[in-house]
Design a protein around this ligand. Sequence first.
Ligand code: NAD
Length: 409
Amino acid sequence: MINSIIIVGIGLAGVSAARALRDEGYEGAIHMIGAEPDLAYDRTVLSKKLLTGELDRSPEILCATWYEMANIDLIVGTRVSSIDISRHRVHLESGESLTYDKLILATGADARAMSVSGSDLNGIHRLRGNADAVEFQKALKPDQALVIVGGGLIGCEVATTASSLGANVTILESGDELLVRILGYQVGAWCRKELERLGVKVELNTMVSGFDGDSSVNAVVCADGRTFKTDTVLISIGAEPADSLAREAGIACDRGVIVDACGMSSSPDVYAVGDVASWPLRCGAHRSLETFLNSQAQAVIAASSILGKGVPTPQISTSWTEIAGHRIQMIGDITGRGELITRGAVDGKVSFTLFRIVDQVIEAAISVNATKDFVAVSRLVESRVPVQTKVLQDSSFKLGDLLKAKSVA
Ligand code: NAD
């Protein structure tokens, strides 16, 4: 009998788990404990509408009355200091402690820190939460020199927004291409050219060795001796799963809480969902996926599993972004063995999908400005329907018909 479920973390994953528990008919106590003062909000606007000033705060995922109606015990602005898995207790910084039958860790991820000299100077920003975005927005002005360290999703989304506001943007990326983790080399290189068309300067293979300035930054110094003058810097060099509570409690972790395909950790009454969870993937790997859609899906799977109705579901990474005015949607890992083929036009009026195919099965795909195709693309990846490359490359052929046919020989 489950009487008390504690959810640590009031972000997208935590609130999705709470909602799924109530939707599944669980009527016992739900305690949600979050370090941030805010209710769960949509982080996807942080690099976009919040920076342009179109929004002054991120929209809440569920309004305050939902938590009341769903009878959730909300404890915001409070950190959990430790978990005692043998006694099924959670200790809060305030000195309070609470008992759980099941515990869901949804603590998310933290912005990766940069351990070089001067990284705590004023004028150096990170973009993880509402408060960061509000501070950063104040610094963005037309003709402002902005140096972005890290050319991944945050870096490239912010470069897009900041250049639309008239800032002079330079991205310093340590790798040999932008966005490789999520988009691979081909689409990463294409995005770089699109950003450069907007006037963004991109420096690849560039390591930052420090930041100069007294109390405020005035230059970024690189390991090869170059310096970039600026009083505004954004550091966006990746995320680290916030798994320290679990590690200290003796739960197995490896860059995230290791869970099975139902979300259960090495401690059977402790589950993990969202960025903090290292979840099994369909391709056989195990890792934190750091995406909105997978966080939501994992929360629903874990909630059903806790209530005895779960179906083990290895994940396929799925996400979207907006870079240089293009809508980019991705499913699966585009980097890996197999063949890369393109459907649609890469030059001219841009709308294309890149597929990675192994033994006639689409393992991954990225669609650029092809939102209609992407619905069928996702279903093709999920269903593993065998396909022929020449059919995929034929833009006159409707991808949805491949699903109807089940197999096109
Ligand atoms: P990221 O992993 O997307 O990109 C980090 C980039 O920084 C990589 O290109 C990496 O090579 C580079 N890098 C690493 N160390 C560096 C260094 N010392 N100097 C220069 N470059 C360095 O991470 P992010 O952009 O920081 O985003 C953080 C998190 O937010 C991720 O989990 C991401 O998935 C999430 N996010 C998602 C979206 C989306 O889904 N649309 C948008 C924004 C952020």
